[in-house]
Every structure is written in C-alpha cells, then in structure tokens.
Write a protein that binds this ligand. Structure first.
Ligand SMILES: C[S@@+](CC[C@H](N)C(=O)[O-])C[C@H]1O[C@@H](n2cnc3c(N)ncnc32)[C@H](O)[C@@H]1O
Length: 305
C-alpha cells in the first residue's frame, strides 16, 4: 500500500465530517450528466459514496451503480450508508490494476478522483475507455474550483485547465460534450466515440448525406461525423433548456445549462478550427494560396473576439 492509499484508509471514518458536499452543485452535475434510466454506471474513486444516491436515482430500477474504490475503509463506510439502495453494488479495487469488463459501462463518474490518478492519467483514461460502451459517457467532476483542488495538492497542477485535459481525452478517442471550469466547480463530460463498426446514429441524429458532404474538401469523414454528432447533442441540450424554461425551472439551474451549451459550442469551434488548420491551411501555405491564409486569419479573429 502506498502512502496515499494508507492516507485514505485512515481518513475514511472522518471523511464525511470534513467533506463539504454541496447538494446544489451535485444536482447540477446530474443535470449536466443527463444519465438515462437503465444505465450501467461506475463511480470510480467513490470514497464514502457521496455521489451514490444521486447516481442510484438517475439509474432507476433498471439501472445499476457500482461504487469502486481501492480503500476498503472507504467502501465499508459507503456500504454502511448506502447498501439499502437496491441498484448499488460495491467493488474494492485499484483502477490501475483492476480488470474491468470491456464495453460494459454506459457512464463512468470520477468525482474528485482525477488528481489521484493524474500521474497515470493516460493509462487510466485508456482503461476506462475500454470498459465503456461505444457512445458511453465519462464525467470528470470536482465540486470545488480548480484552484482550490490544486491548493489541496500543495499547489501542484494535478487538475489541469479543461483544454489540456480535453486534448488528452480526445486523443484517447473521446469527444468533448461539455467542459466547464467555473469559480464553483469543474466538469468535463466526454463521450466515447463509436468505432466505425459500432457507429449507430439515433434516428433524429442521422445527418443526411454524411458521407457525401464532408465539412469541406479534403476532410476526414470521421471528423465530419464527430462535428455533426456534437451539434446534434448541443441541439438536444438547447431543446432541454427550452423545456426547463417552459417548466418554470430555477434561473440558476437554467444558467448552468446555458453555460454548458456555451462551452460545447466553443468546443465544436475549436475542433473545426483545428481541423481547418491541420487539413487545409498547411496545404494552402505549401501551395502559396494567399486567399485561404487570409480566410483563416478572419476565422481566427472572429473566434477569439
Ligand atoms: C478525494 S477522494 C473522493 C471520494 C469521493 N468521490 C468524494 O468526492 O467524496 C478520492 C478517492 O479515490 C480513491 N482512490 C485513489 N486512488 C485510487 C485508485 N488508484 N483506485 C481506486 N480508488 C482510488 C481514494 O481511496 C478516495 O476514496
């Protein structure tokens, strides 16, 4: 057992005394997560199970939630509190070693967990990716601001800015749906891209003529699908916000959702801009195409305004 593991074993019985859980933020996380009833959920690094009742409610009678932690003491406390929840199970295991079943989880939650695997993040992200179904959702959440998280860890940048973590997740095969770094919380929601063979569009998501309408000449087909998928999700999100307003939901809840849409739109813009630079501008420079370079400058100016 390493020092950190021993720390959590010893801290487990006092964790809830010291942990200030903000129910409002945790509820907002659940809204942003958009977990479907019937989902198979993993709560990685569940600790004493702060998130378990929220996940249990979201999964419903047909879903399951697995609280997972390497600290036996943490798991024992979580069990004492939540073993009455019929859809919740508990596993003691180290995320760096445990053999997760492949393509199994619809949703993986990491609440205040990332800093503890930051030095092995690529390995852990790859493991979680393999354990998730295509189209599954990974949530990296902190119910405190990034600055405060890093301060707890001696000022080390264990929780990076969202764009840094986004890049890591994208290179592992995820696409970013929401990335928020506010003065109250940090949340990244990504979706496991389906393999070409696994790819299934929802009916309303099926974009007409995907294959014959690449984003623009020379772009790889997969990028176009990713962009269209992200836009479909944003459209769905905006529709949900409209319903929240119709239902007279709390303004602060609506604002959190709008901020998420804002970040999702910025994410799509970044993908398109990167794609444009990677696939068109390099060629344009090589071919001395001054118009294309000028157009890129205009696009960047609009994007950074
Ligand atoms: C900061 S606590 C967060 C607990 C809980 N999610 C919460 O928000 O209250 C981090 C948890 O991750 C667990 N953990 C750290 N490294 C782990 C690993 N490699 N595998 C499994 N669990 C780990 C610790 O035991 C601890 O319970």
């Amino acid at each position: 057992m390493d020092k950190e593991h021993i720390f959590f074993e010893n801290y487990a019985r006092n964790w809830d005394r010291d942990r200030k859980a903000d129910a409002k933020i945790l509820s907002s996380f659940m809204e942003l997560a958009g977990i479907r009833p019937g989902s198979v959920i993993l709560d990685a690094g569940c600790g004493t199970g702060v998130l378990l009742p929220y996940l249990s409610a979201a999964a419903g009678d047909d879903g399951t939630v697995e609280g997972f932690d390497y600290s036996q003491q943490m798991i024992d406390v979580a069990k004492e509190k939540f073993s009455h929840l019929a859809n919740v199970t508990f596993t003691t295991g180290d995320v760096l070693k445990y053999h997760f079943p492949e393509k199994h989880y619809d949703v993986v939650c990491c609440l205040n967990f990332y800093p503890h695997i930051a030095s092995h993040s690529r390995d852990v992200i790859r493991r979680l990716y393999k354990a998730m179904v295509p189209g599954g959702t990974l949530l990296i959440m902190h119910d405190m601001p990034r600055k405060a998280v890093n301060a707890i860890h001696g000022g080390q940048p264990v929780l990076p800015p969202v764009d840094v973590l986004e890049e890591k997740l994208i290179s592992a095969g995820f696409s970013v749906v929401i990335a928020m770094d506010t003065d109250r919380f940090y949340l990244i929601k990504v979706v496991k891209e389906a393999d070409e063979a696994d790819f299934v569009y929802d009916d309303e998501e099926q974009p007409a003529g995907v294959a014959s309408h690449p984003l623009h000449h020379g772009h790889h087909h997969t990028e176009t699908k990713r962009v269209l998928n992200r836009l479909s999700r944003i459209t769905g999100h905006v529709e949900a916000i409209k319903r929240m307003i119709e239902d007279g939901r709390d303004c602060s809840d609506v604002l959190v959702q709008l901020a998420a849409v804002h970040s999702a739109v910025a994410g799509v813009s970044r993908v398109i801009l990167k794609d444009h630079i990677d696939h068109c501008i390099i060629d344009a420079i090589r071919e001395h195409d001054a118009d294309a370079v000028e157009n890129l400058k205009k696009a960047i100016n609009t994007f950074v305004k």
